[in-house]
Design a protein around this ligand. Sequence first.
Ligand SMILES: *[C@@H]1O[C@H](CO)[C@@H](O)[C@H](O)[C@H]1NC(C)=O
Ligand SMILES: *[C@@H]1O[C@H](CO)[C@@H](O)[C@H](O)[C@H]1NC(C)=O
Ligand SMILES: *[C@@H]1O[C@H](CO)[C@@H](O)[C@H](O)[C@H]1NC(C)=O
Length: 344
Amino acid sequence: RSYRLENKTAFLSFSAFSGALCGRVRDGCVALGSRRQRETRSATLLIWAHPFGRYSKLPDCLALFQIGGCTITDDRSAYPLADAVIIHHREVASGAVHLPTEPRPGAQKWIWMNYESPAHTPRLWRFDGVFNLTLTYRANSDIYLPYGNVVPTINRRLDKNNLTQTLHAPARSQLLRPRLLAWVISNWSESQARVAFYHKLRRYMRVDVFGRAGRALPGDSGKGSVVRMLRQYQFYLALENSQHTDYITEKLWNAVLAGAIPVVLGPSRQNYERFLPPEAFIHVGDFPTVRALAKYLRHLDWRDGYSLHQISFWAEHYCTACRAVRRTRGRTHVVRDLKRWFYS
Ligand SMILES: *[C@@H]1O[C@H](CO)[C@@H](O)[C@H](O)[C@H]1NC(C)=O
Ligand SMILES: *[C@@H]1O[C@H](CO)[C@@H](O)[C@H](O)[C@H]1NC(C)=O
Ligand SMILES: *[C@@H]1O[C@H](CO)[C@@H](O)[C@H](O)[C@H]1NC(C)=O
């Protein structure tokens, strides 16, 4: 049971992550299996009006998100005793729904909830100094809930409500370029830097070698057959036989023509940049070690081990807000410059 809320300042730090379902924040993470319930008294949250006038079933926060101590209601007669009121921007901005009556009871907090962009959030200026907490997709909201985020895959058993979906790298057979890395070499000599480099690289990843020292090239083995073969590959080792200023041969251009990304060993990166944009190639010298380079080339498979969490509208918003309200109980908070903040 090592699941706990993540460090509240690091945004989506993959490595430090331990099972909470969102990157950062004050109160926006769903911690699967969390037993951290330091609040005792439960909180009542009043949903002032259903967003966009569409009814959505009110959530059981404990069953869905392991957030306990929440009473979520849309019954306005609960207004005098509600700890917080969630107010969705659209309806109060258009006038379709009026704000609750003032003065607000006791320490009640009004929560401004909005998932539209500033361009689609009219009449913000009306609400400066009205709300106590913000609940939006912006990372510096009081209650932060992004539309989605990527988290390390957790034990499926703990995720019994399917809050995350496991990601998979596409099978290589489904890719337009099903093969990863090729090298064509005709004059193999152990004294060359490129051969030493190859020996190191193949310790970390598979390299398909063509040419006199490897597999035969299909076809006439001329330039056309090299380019055709390279179209199957994501990367091509364009390794020069020796390293000299401007000595950049057809190896590079064959890869460029075939649309494979050249991994170059030759003159300096600056020298290559005289011929190609910086992002068009990978320079062996960009990496401290051959192992780091191999890791980078294989990084397309980053998805393995990660899951995607997309928020459930609006259940997750209500439950996350409830937890925030319980945590911030006793504290006063006023959102003064709502408009300036939301546009910033
Ligand atoms: C979650 O997904 C699994 C596998 O797809 C499925 O068997 C299960 O019924 C789902 N659970 C819920 C609560 O939707
Ligand atoms: C092959 O490589 C060796 C060693 O680098 C070199 O001396 C020789 O000239 C090369 N042969 C050809 C045909 O390029
Ligand atoms: C909420 O905001 C109102 C309006 O600015 C303010 O008067 C009140 O003190 C705030 N209450 C809390 C509990 O933060």
